[in-house]
Unconditional design. Structure first.
Length: 108
């Protein structure tokens, strides 16, 4: 067995397995109509990133139970929701540009 030269390196097959698990969880969430939720892999923990507008419904029954079942069916043991993960696309683009101003999409 050969050890990687980088002690923090993750074996490629492990990364591929993680990607398959994430895709399975996201596919199940899309089946529930949750198109904008992204799953981030943290070992046994799935961290869900959702638009702010979806956070309340995501945490309330009956959707909460459906989300837990969907994500756990992909092999995750625990599910967490990131409270500041996803904003609207305009805010993200502006943040990446390094400014706090949000352009008016209507051109006014």
């Amino acid at each position: 067995m050969t050890l990687p030269t980088d002690p923090l390196a993750v074996p490629e097959d492990h990364v591929a397995d993680d990607a398959v698990q994430v895709e399975a969880a996201e596919s199940e969430l899309r089946r529930l109509g949750l198109e904008e939720i992204r799953v981030r892999h943290h070992g046994d923990l799935a961290r869900l990133e959702a638009p702010h507008a979806d956070l309340a419904s995501l945490a309330a029954e009956p959707l909460r139970g459906e989300v837990l079942r969907a994500v756990r069916s992909a092999g995750f043991r625990s599910v967490a929701v990131d409270l500041e993960a996803v904003t609207d696309a305009v805010t993200e683009i502006v943040a990446e540009a390094g400014t706090d101003a949000v352009a008016d999409p209507g051109g006014a």
